[in-house]
Write a protein that binds this ligand. Structure first.
Ligand code: FES
Length: 147
């Protein structure tokens, strides 16, 4: 079966980049876990963001060789990019780079989804934090005003 895989898939499969995990609760980390209902494969991608750029990234994929290769490649592509640049990564580019056959398109889809959702998760965290800070500074102002 392996003979059918493109050498780039095998390379990532045998030598995956950026495998690991970050602390999900960390404020500079965005996490996404996505699954493909058709095959049951699951992919987790986490990004670490600083000044709107992905400074570090890691993944864990429980799935087929194409899903592992797609997520490994995706981590290489997002590293050092701004969040907006990361949002432009298309599963079709991943599939093309890895020469995935049509039946394996959904594996690359998982990687695109995981990147997008990890960014979303990070942004939601930042918004919550901003709202909390705003709340507490307003609280301080009120306290000062009432003194
Ligand atoms: Fe489902 Fe690859 S076969 S993710």
């Amino acid at each position: 079966i392996k003979r059918n895989y493109h050498e780039r898939v095998l390379d990532h499969y045998n030598n995956p980049r950026n495998v690991g995990s970050f602390d999900k609760k960390s404020i500079d980390v965005g996490t996404a876990t996505v699954g493909a209902p058709a095959c049951g494969d699951v992919m987790k991608i986490q990004i670490k963001v600083k000044e709107n750029k992905v400074v570090d990234v890691c993944f864990k994929t429980f799935g087929c060789g194409s899903a592992i290769a797609s997520s490994s490649l995706a981590t290489e592509w997002v590293k050092g990019k701004t969040l907006d640049e990361c949002l432009e990564i298309k599963n079709t580019d991943i599939a093309k780079h890895l020469s995935l056959p049509p039946v394996k398109m959904h594996c690359s889809m998982l990687a695109e989804q995981a990147i997008k959702r990890a960014i979303y998760d990070y942004k939601v965290k930042q918004e919550k934090l901003a709202a909390e800070n705003k709340g507490s500074s307003e609280g301080i102002i009120e306290t000062i005003a009432s003194v």
